[in-house]
Design a protein around this ligand. Structure first.
Ligand code: 3PG
Length: 385
């Protein structure tokens, strides 16, 4: 694919699709990871002399109408604070807009445009007409074939990958396509059903597949353990059994249980054999966490998606903490993705110790599932001519 870093942008009208879909509360950005990840792209485009327009979605507003709740204004305010060039928001831009070199124009939430989500051709052409060069940099939205991530790139004079998208594809490719071995994948989260294709894909690639959270409960049940009142999926027990017979999936031997899902629930550590019918499993026990930490010690590639316990509650956070610390201490190439995983990384302060933190949620999972990301496929097709 063509890369923005290789192009001359001087004096050109450049439209960069970022994923600035960040949490906003009371008009303020509450997690800036995605914005920070896009800043090197913005700075590079400015250095290259581009007349720069940034486009993104925020949330899932009703299409075809303006809705202040989903305005990109808070993100514009944030960018104005961290960039030393003026940043302004443009509300009406589809029929053309004046942009000067040395400023950043953020186009209002792209999902206010009718036809964005269904990749409407007329809309995509209007967006393409705004620019000389279209830069797809929104890895987090690369799994969506929408007008601003896909169609626009088909009609723009030049379509290329931005530095963030390129870095994401490199890092994920390194972990998934040619992993240094042994490779350990950690998949946590609440349900097997939502991560089934991820588990199937990783069971074929990873040397060890560590499961955690509600997902692990279904595997404990598959191994014949009692999970009490824990969240688990009875209809997927056979699937879990099949996965366990085809791949190395260590199952917890001890767990931390509570009687109710609450911040004040009393935590009790016990062996899986001692779990009773009104117990709910909320974390890995210390022996199981220690064994996993040991596995992680010898890993050369670690892929992490999803916490292994209810880490938001301190009494059930230890398993996720042990895993986070083991990743931090490891010299393996480590890659982490997904919203909850990033929150855990923040909570345990290991941000600088992970080799690559992805900005993708759904896109990260689809890449790991081995699916083709439509925005990337579009860039590949354009590069072929
Ligand atoms: C995300 O947060 O995963 C991306 O920004 C995509 O958002 P969407 O699921 O609303 O398309």
């Amino acid at each position: 694919i063509i890369k923005m870093t290789d192009l001359d942008l001087n004096g050109k009208r450049v439209l960069v699709r970022e994923d600035l879909n960040v949490p906003v509360k009371d008009g303020k950005v509450t997690s800036d990871a995605r914005i920070l990840a896009s800043i090197p792209t913005i700075k590079l485009a400015l250095e290259k002399g581009a007349k720069l327009m940034i486009t993104s979605h925020l949330g899932r507003p009703t299409e075809g109408e303006y809705n202040e709740e989903f305005s990109l204004q808070p993100i514009v305010n944030y960018l104005n604070d961290v960039l030393d060039v003026p940043v302004r928001l443009a509300k009406d831009y589809l029929d053309g807009i004046e942009v000067n070199a040395g400023e950043v124009v953020v186009l209002e939430n792209v999902r206010f445009n009718k036809g964005e989500k269904k990749n409407d051709e007329a809309l995509a052409k209007k967006m393409a007409a705004l620019c000389d060069v279209y830069v797809m940099d929104a890895f987090g939205t690369a799994h969506r074939a929408q007008a601003s991530t896909h169609g626009v790139g088909q009609f723009a004079d030049v379509a290329c990958a931005g530095p963030l998208l390129a870095a994401e594809l490199d890092a994920l490719g390194k972990a998934m396509d040619h992993p240094a071995r042994p490779m350990v994948a950690i998949v946590g989260g609440s349900k097997v059903s939502t991560k089934l294709t991820v588990l199937e894909s990783l069971s074929k690639i990873a040397d060890q597949l560590v499961v955690g959270g509600g997902i692990a409960n279904t595997f404990i049940a598959a191994a014949g353990g009692n999970v009490g009142k824990s969240l688990y999926e009875a209809d997927l027990v056979d699937t879990a059994k099949a996965l366990m017979s085809s791949a190395s999936i260590p199952v917890a031997t001890d767990v931390v249980v509570g009687k109710e899902f609450s911040e004040t629930a009393v935590a009790t550590t016990k062996s899986v054999a001692d779990v009773v019918d009104d117990d709910m499993i909320f974390d890995l026990g210390p022996d199981s966490s220690a064994k996993l930490a040991e596995i992680l010690k010898s890993a050369k590639t670690i892929l992490w998606n999803g916490p292994v316990g209810v880490f938001e509650f301190d009494q059930f956070a230890e398993g996720t903490k042990v895993i986070a610390q083991a990743i931090a201490q490891s010299d393996a190439f480590s890659i982490a993705g997904g919203g909850d995983t990033l929150a855990a990384i923040d909570k345990f302060g290991i941000k600088d110790k992970v080799s690559y933190i992805s900005t993708g949620g759904g896109a990260f999972l689809e890449f790991v599932e081995g699916k083709e990301l439509p925005a990337v496929a579009m860039l590949e097709a354009r590069a072929k001519g």
